[in-house]
Design a protein around this ligand. Structure first.
Ligand SMILES: NC(=O)c1ccc[n+]([C@@H]2O[C@H](COP(=O)([O-])OP(=O)(O)OC[C@H]3O[C@@H](n4cnc5c(N)ncnc54)[C@H](OP(=O)(O)O)[C@@H]3O)[C@@H](O)[C@H]2O)c1
Length: 346
């Protein structure tokens, strides 16, 4: 049995605990948060045997094999470096770190320690994205000319939502890290390497936040095509998540306008230039299970690969390598926003 210790009582408790529990051979043994009382209450409610009053104590516990870091991004580096020093396998939430410099240090540390490292880019598992990726790989629409991505929600539109770390840049808040990290990760899966970016980051909702809630980005891909991406979570009434890809022989459109089914409510359409017709490609729904939170279903797949990699003493994907790649692109987005120039991603 592989014993997991989770640092974080937010997404960590709601999604990672049931997600790891759904993986054969994994057991959630411990949990840590900043507030000892809150951590103890969460541990009791979720029946987790070992609540820890500090993240260091969780990592120090010799029974913990895997440390899963689900704290605000500002703390990821320090926690990962200590876990690697203690030779623990590490699973880290996205974004991997606050910058590519930090991410590089984390990758070097896990490599030196010889531990398995994974990152939670679980949007790779969206059924619609998996099918879209397969169609692009088969050159169904030929070479890609342009992509347009929009992820627009009103989840933080209200001015009544209290400020938290998610609104503070120095804590790792903002939609670049929370949402665009996923988008940048899947863009490279779908289209190959991103070469450069021109970006504008905006705090559109004026309520004292300093972390961006809206990102407009124009990427140049290594194959010469461009991708325009808009992400915001402060747009009242908005519920759009869509990826349009235009190629030499047609186009593919993956879209979801259903706020009640953000992960599995996607529909996929293929337009063929030859027939001048558009057809819907049916997407599978997940099998009926006792897990009702779709985030857990997506997370479980990434967790499963991670646990199997530990058992087989192999590498897993996505890993800190993918986390660093996304971090380099996000650094470039910030530099472009500040300088007003197009920035190369090396
Ligand atoms: N993959 C995804 O789709 C996804 C979705 C959501 C979140 N996330 C990621 O998960 C991470 C956490 O986000 P969240 O939404 O869970 O935030 P959250 O609800 O605010 O929870 C953060 C947790 O970290 C704890 N914490 C904060 N500072 C700490 C410290 N110095 N030492 C130990 N624990 C500390 C907090 O403890 P207290 O409550 O006691 O302060 C809380 O338990 C972020 O990296 C975020 O990007 C990923």
């Amino acid at each position: 049995m592989i014993n997991i210790g989770i640092i974080g009582t937010g997404f960590g408790a709601k999604v990672q605990v049931p997600g790891f529990r759904a993986v054969r051979g994994a057991r959630v043994l411990g949990i840590a948060g900043r507030s000892a009382a809150k951590t103890a209450a969460v541990a009791k409610e979720l029946d987790i045997p070992r609540p820890f009053s500090s993240w260091k104590k969780l990592i120090d516990d010799p029974k913990i094999d895997v440390v899963s870091i689900v704290s605000p991004p500002r703390y990821h580096k320090e926690m990962a470096l200590y876990a690697a020093h203690c030779k623990k396998h590490i699973f880290c939430e996205k974004p991997l770190a606050m910058s590519a410099t930090e991410a590089k240090k984390m990758l070097s540390a896990v490599k030196r320690a010889g531990v398995v490292h994974g990152i939670d880019f679980e949007f790779r598992n969206l059924p619609g994205l998996v099918v879209l990726r397969g169609l692009l790989a088969k050159k169904t629409i030929g070479g890609v000319r342009h992509a347009r991505i929009a992820w627009l929600t009103g989840s933080r539109a209200s001015t009544n939502i209290p400020l938290s770390w998610q609104n503070r840049k120095k804590e790792g808040g903002g939609v670049l890290f929370s949402h665009c990290s996923h988008v940048i990760d899947y863009m490279e899966l779908l289209f190959g390497k991103i070469k450069s970016v021109s970006a504008r980051l905006t705090v559109a909702k004026k309520n004292g936040a300093d972390a961006e809630d809206t990102c407009d980005m124009l990427f140049r891909l290594a194959n010469g095509a461009t991708a325009s991406v808009t992400v915001s979570n402060v747009l009242p009434g908005a519920s759009t998540n869509m990826i349009e890809v235009y190629g030499d022989k047609g186009s593919l459109r993956l879209e979801n306008y259903d706020p009640k089914d953000p992960d599995f409510g996607f529909r996929l359409f293929h337009f063929s230039l030859a027939s001048n017709k558009e057809k819907e490609i049916s997407l599978k729904r997940p099998k009926k299970s006792n897990i009702s939170d779709t985030r857990v279903l997506l997370f479980r797949q990434t967790a499963e690969k991670f646990i199997r990699a530990i058992e087989k003493k192999k590498k897993t994907v996505p890993s800190f390598v993918d986390g660093l790649r996304a971090q380099m692109a996000m650094d470039a987005v910030r530099i472009s926003d500040r300088s007003g120039r197009e920035v190369l991603i090396r």
